[in-house]
Design a protein around this ligand. Structure first.
Ligand code: COA
Length: 321
């Protein structure tokens, strides 16, 4: 038994934060942001809008594309670092929104690699015949944990959600998937507070994403080049067989370095970083859905997903679409 991607969907909030807007907020420039990151604008939630709202719309689009109802699912798995609440988990909240009942729902947190982790888990559950069909989502409202007075981080992040429906199949859709983590660099990219440390610690202040960007950049490039090759090797495939690289959209220069390493022309890389910025777990399924809906990605093509995030966590998946 294998799993394959049946359909995709994504959603971004209406509000757009451009580089020009950021010029009014911190000491930066459109030129600096574009040349260092490739980002022109990002979508962010408005007051009262939440991650669950974004996930719901992405899920509805994926269900519609597959012509399925929420009750046709056996699992909802949401990868996120910015859940609406600690519990019920985001999967359960989403199931209730969609009107589903009874099947398993959970969320997992693996920072920006979360979608690959979720894909790996759902794929294993399908392969072992625990379930037949899963809604796998990456959804984030990073704007809620971003410091808009810190120019080294606030230029990067955006909000959005992306969804795929995975289904059991006789022929392989997901050919190989690899996930890794190492806490050695936990201090390079992190969010400092959490429930168990107690709210008193904050003394009424808010915490924000902390990052040493330059060092993250170096580790990300090396690690992602290795994981891409590992995932291809696991399926006995080579980079020249790839139709598309669908990378986590963190920084255009990181993506270019990986494409160079794989000897893949940039025309075969799906890029949404210019319009979406870094949306963490949401970026791969969002980019995938954009390229499926505009007709670039076709059935039968070979896709490589790869992602890297705080922890560090990282992973990659090779998919026959
Ligand atoms: N506008 C203008 N200048 C800025 C700036 C901004 N938004 N942010 C930082 N700078 C300045 C720095 O203060 C520094 O100035 P100095 O030399 O006077 O000290 C200079 O630009 C260079 O800073 P540096 O951090 O070396 O820049 P960089 O080329 O590494 O780019 C990032 C910074 C954050 C864009 C880049 O490191 C990056 O994208 N890293 C990866 C982050 C990432 O992907 N994280 C998520 C992983 S999932």
């Amino acid at each position: 038994m294998y799993s394959r991607i049946l359909s995709t969907g994504h959603f971004v909030p209406e509000r757009i934060l451009t580089n020009r807007d950021l010029e009014q907020m911190v000491n930066t420039s459109d030129e600096w942001i574009q040349s260092r990151t490739g980002i022109r604008e990002r979508h962010i939630v408005s007051d009262g809008e939440t991650n669950l709202d974004l996930c719901e719309q992405a899920a509805r689009r994926a269900l519609e594309a597959a012509d399925l109802t929420p009750q046709d699912l056996d699992l909802i798995l949401v990868a996120t670092t910015t859940p609406n609440q600690v519990f019920p988990n985001m999967g359960v909240l989403l199931q209730e929104r969609l009107g589903g009942h009874g099947y398993a729902c959970f969320s997992l947190e693996a920072a920006c690699a979360g979608f690959i982790y979720a894909l790996s888990v759902a794929n294993s559950m399908i392969q072992t015949r625990q379930i037949q069909r899963a809604l796998v989502i990456g959804g984030e409202t990073l704007s809620r944990i971003t410091d808009y007075t810190d120019r080294s981080t606030c230029i990067l992040f955006g909000d959005g959600a992306g969804a795929v429906i995975l289904e059991g199949a006789e022929e392989a859709g997901i050919l190989s998937v690899r996930i890794h983590a190492d806490g050695m660099h936990k201090d390079l990219l992190y969010f400092p507070s959490g429930i168990s440390q107690g709210f008193d610690r904050l003394r009424g202040k808010r915490d924000f994403i902390q990052m040493r960007g330059n060092e993250v950049f170096r580790v990300a490039v090396n690690t992602l080049c290795q994981i891409a090759q590992e995932t291809l090797d696991a399926a006995g495939m080579s980079p020249d067989e790839l139709s598309w690289l669908v990378p986590h959209q963190a920084n255009l220069r990181i993506i270019e370095a990986i494409a160079r390493k794989l000897a893949l022309p940039m025309e075969r890389v799906v890029l949404t970083i210019g319009e979406h910025g870094n949306t963490s777990t949401a970026s791969i399924p969002m980019a995938l859905d954009v390229a499926v809906r505009d007709g670039r990605i076709q059935r039968g093509q070979l896709l490589l997903f790869e992602a890297f995030g705080g922890g560090f966590t990282w992973g990659s998946a090779l998919v026959r679409f």
